[in-house]
Ligand binder design. Sequence first.
Ligand code: MG
Length: 379
Amino acid sequence: MKKRDFIKYGGLLTGAMISSTFTSCGNNSGGKTGVRSRKTSPIKLTYTPYTLQLKHVFTLAAGSRTTTPVVLTKLECDGFVGYGEASMPPYLGESHESVQKFLSRVNMEQFSDPFLIEDILEYVDGIAPGNYAAKASIDIALHDLAGKIMGQPWYRIWGLNPEKTPCTSFTIGDDTADVVREKVAEAEPYKILKVKLGVGNDKNIIETIRSVSDKPIGVDVNQGWKDRNYALEMAHWLKEQNVIYLEQPMPKTMTEETGWLTQNSPLPVIADEAFQTKDDLFRVKDFYDGINIKLMKCGGMNAGYKLALMARAMGMKIMVGCMTETSCAISAAAQFSPLVDWADLDGNLLISNDIYDGVTVEDGRIILKDRPGIGIIEL
Ligand code: MG
């Protein structure tokens, strides 16, 4: 092992030792165990609302929009800064106002040990039910902070191989045939396309894409199909079009019908709107083939990573998805992407005013940065 590598990986060991012995008084007897002691200061939380501008109008079964509200958080401790983000698409019911109201109730200064991740997140979770994007903004910043103090990226702390990241899909929104063809051309660097169906012209957009590209397509219906027979007929037709999965084909309330579809569908059926947290995992496991984990739904990296392990243990397929987000939340989710079957982490690619540099996509595949924490820097 080269000296530089030894120092780098030795840092991880030291970090792990800090995490198990670090105390708020910062005065433990490091001499006997070799544990480094350090002075600590209370963790300071700050946050700023921000509005993401989308490059294209975003159309789903539920409606269209051109912006997404986010709140950017920072946690500071001992000169280290961890970055986080809450993204609030309208359908989850959170907003600039609700997230700031939640964050105003978070007293991070009572903590001076950022490695007490479980305790801190349990406290944050207990402040109020729901508010998962707001909670994710603390969770992500806390992971970034702890990773920076350890000097290691989270994928390495979790023991995941950065060579095993999946390709990310790139979303082609519904539009006129000419614009759809333009978007497919724009998506040239990506190996998998993702298409939103359920807006009434399902076959048209697939046929338009197939007129210019034979790349695999993931289909997300966003609960748009209400008839299980139509859904099954479409699943067979889509299979012939080299579609690889079917995400949330029917309303989340149509559990039995979706279970029937899953049993008969030639494509794996993935729960998105029907699945948010670990409680939902037990509920959906018999009706869907897999789940779409999103940090803004489940509350952040800690929950997302654990969900991926649980779903894998249950034999389910796993997708990691996103909202429209900056490279902050995208890079956070990408840390556990070596564990998943499919990644849909294109939220940062669909906006024109990103303010971070983080994970990139090369030859369609997610490239994790060798930077500590979640691996982002401010632009
Ligand atoms: Mg979806």
